[in-house]
Design a protein around this ligand. Structure first.
Ligand code: RB5
Length: 174
């Protein structure tokens, strides 16, 4: 199993804790940023990590922001991503067994590092149960397809494509 991991500035410290846990289990991962404490926008990180998962090079993703909610909303905009923001292990485990979640979102301002590690552990150890849950997950995919907007060239706002902040980038807000 290979993990794509990312956080905004609020999740930086917790991301290091989760990376240390992955190291301890010898689970390979790649950190897609952010890498500095400067304020950055969570939707950009969510998109980068989810694109990595869709490339099939990574099996699952872990996204960390202040609450886990912004990351999960952003990730769930992307077809075939099923992101679950979890604050305890039970939901995280069930999100894999029943919903086949492929992204776990954690809130660095919500869960302490010990609990976040237990949540991650439970989620990584869980497997999709299939059966009736497969039918329901297939229904999720069909909802996605019903509301899919045909792909046409569209303008991308400059803010959406700016590089991630570097150590000397100005901090605008939090
Ligand atoms: C950043 O202040 C915060 O809004 C972000 O980390 C996240 O919690 C959004 O959902």
């Amino acid at each position: 199993m290979k993990i794509a991991i990312g956080s905004d500035h609020t999740g930086l410290a917790l991301k290091e804790v989760i990376k240390a846990y992955l190291d301890s289990r010898m689970i390979p991962y790649e950190d897609f940023g952010t890498h500095t404490p400067e304020s950055c926008d969570y939707p950009r990180i969510a998109e980068i990590v989810c694109k990595a998962i869709l490339s099939s090079e990574f099996d699952r993703g872990i996204l960390i922001c202040g609450t886990g909610i912004g990351m999960s909303i952003a990730a769930n905009k992307i077809p075939n991503i099923r992101a679950a923001a979890c604050s305890e292990p039970y939901s995280a485990i069930l999100s894999k067994r029943h919903n086949n979640s492929n992204v776990l979102c954690l809130g660095a301002r919500v869960v302490a590092s010990g609990l976040a590690t237990l949540i991650t552990e439970g989620w990584l150890n869980a497997s999709f149960e299939g059966g009736r849950h497969e039918r329901r997950v297939d229904m999720l995919t069909r909802i996605e397809q019903r509301y899919a907007i045909p792909v046409v060239p569209h303008p991308v706002k400059e803010d959406d494509t700016n590089p991630l902040p570097t150590a000397d980038a100005p901090v605008s807000d939090n």
